[in-house]
Ligand binder design. Structure first.
Ligand code: E4P
Length: 215
């Protein structure tokens, strides 16, 4: 399973990229709106830190406007830019067009097996299933994930499943149990994955006993 960071915050991305565990970055308009940067600046800033897939979402309404915006994003960093498109009729059309041009795509705002099936049939590079929002809506997010993973392997689809909208460590663990290809994780959840009170207690005890070691 690969770990991505779900953030547009440059200092967060820089900090976790030093761990060498993060293989990509996902952003969305909400995350970018929290920075003082434009989308283009965000692409340039993240590209200067991460040499891996960077998902940037189109914000325009019509197919032609989304296509033009996507191509402009792509030009900034053709090596790593992944164009995030919404799970809509025009989004599926755009996904096919970008795929035909060899541009990586991430179909986002996916909430069902049928939507994921269409994304995989559209040869999306990635499809983002929103785990946290499904759970917020009292839906069985992990059953949906489980079924998407099964269908992917039955038909050998190449689309990689990203589990997104992650709220806590337990959700990361369950996504791993259900064989999600990728989990994109908010900065604080990544930090929470590292810590455990028993680890802290163990470190204190070992340090105390280390002082007793004969020199
Ligand atoms: C990632 O690609 C998604 O846009 C993100 O995980 C959504 O998270 P949210 O449901 O907390 O907004």
């Amino acid at each position: 399973m690969q770990l991505f960071i779900d953030s547009a915050n440059i200092s967060e991305i820089k900090e976790v990229s030093n761990l060498g565990l993060i293989k990509g970055v996902t952003t969305n308009p909400t995350l970018i709106s929290k920075t003082n940067s434009s989308i283009d600046e965000t692409i340039r800033n993240i590209s200067s830190i991460v040499d891996g897939p960077i998902s940037i979402e189109v914000t325009k309404d019509t197919y032609n406007e989304m296509l033009e915006q996507a191509l402009n994003f792509y030009k900034i960093n053709p090596r790593n830019i992944v164009i995030k498109v919404p799970m809509t009729y025009d989004g599926l059309k755009l996904c096919r067009e970008l795929s035909n041009q060899g541009i990586k795509t991430n179909i986002t705002l996916c909430f069902s097996v049928s939507q994921a099936l269409l994304a995989m049939e559209s040869k999306a590079t990635y499809v983002s299933l929103f785990i946290g929002r499904l759970l917020d809506d009292n839906q069985d997010a992990f059953e949906i994930l489980n079924n998407i993973v099964k269908i992917k392997h039955i038909y050998n689809f190449q689309t990689e499943i990203i589990s997104a909208s992650i709220r806590n460590v337990k959700q990361v663990e369950k996504c791993a149990q259900y064989a999600s290809d990728i989990v994109t994780i908010p900065y604080q959840v990544l930090k929470d994955m590292i810590t455990n009170s028993l680890t802290d207690k163990g470190i204190i005890k070992f340090k105390e006993d280390a002082l007793k070691i004969v020199k």
